[in-house]
Write a protein that binds this ligand. Structure first.
Ligand SMILES: [Zn+2]
Length: 245
């Protein structure tokens, strides 16, 4: 690019491929045929670089991704809410093509055949309610680390969506390709979510048994929170609570 190029949005002088002020990218050349073909191919056929990068980092180094978001860095890796959009997309495909269970939990509403209606089912709502509950349980177990609740909540969204997407895709591939049903899915799903949240919140360099112990502690904390909520529900409406149980 010529030395005198300025950003067309904010008029900042360009140094490198990205505007240092607004982030607009400049290719340094005019549009060509490859932009027409390649732009569509990369948008339609290949998952975005940030999608694969976010999954890889969340698997290998979840603390790094979560910290990066907590520290205010945006736009390179997917945000928790973007990951939730992908999760709902994967759930939608699963409900339309495979069955009416999400991670082994039935979400079908009786009398409603349209798979889209599953998104309105009370079971799915309760299932998604697990995300703030997970945030509460890590806030209780790691209260000494003095993270804010938004930090616990965003970490919970990242880890919940990561494993919900991966286990749903794994289940569907085994089911559609091999006709095989992956059993005890809720067990594996919640086990992975809690283990990864322990990887995020345990102090850096913790021994593996410490991380394992922390994940067991947060599972027990979640069970305790559930027990308290059920107790409150019972006190408010004894007969309704018994009917559900
Ligand atoms: Zn700019």
């Amino acid at each position: 690019m010529s030395a005198s190029t300025t950003c067309t949005i904010c008029q900042t002088k360009l140094q490198g491929d990205y505007c240092s002020s607004c982030g607009q990218r400049y290719l340094g050349r005019r549009v060509n045929a490859w932009d027409v073909i390649g732009g569509w191919l990369s948008g339609l056929l290949l998952p975005e670089r940030s999608l694969l990068g976010t999954f890889r980092q969340l698997l290998v180094n979840p603390r790094y991704i979560v910290n990066n978001y907590w520290s205010g860095f945006r736009g390179y890796y997917l945000s928790p809410s973007q990951l939730v959009v992908y999760m709902l997309f994967v759930f939608g495909l699963h409900l339309a093509l495979v069955n009416q269970e999400i991670l082994g939990i039935t979400v079908n509403v009786s009398g409603v055949s349209d798979s889209l209606k599953s998104f309105l089912s009370p079971q799915l709502f309760l299932f998604l309610l697990m995300i703030p509950m997970l945030g509460l349980s890590t806030a209780a177990v790691y209260y000494r680390h003095k993270h804010s609740f938004p930090e616990h909540f965003t970490a919970a969204i990242y880890l919940f969506a990561l494993w919900a997407i991966l286990f749903t895709l794994l289940y569907d591939m085994l089911y559609l390709l091999l006709g095989m049903e992956l059993g005890s899915l809720p067990f594996w799903f919640f086990g992975a979510v809690f283990l990864w949240s322990a990887r995020v919140f345990s102090p850096e360099g913790s021994a593996w048994y410490r991380v394992l112990l922390n994940s067991v502690l947060s599972i027990l904390m979640l069970a305790l929170i559930f027990a308290i909520l059920l107790g409150i529900a019972y006190l408010l409406d004894p007969e309704g609570a018994i009917e559900q149980g």
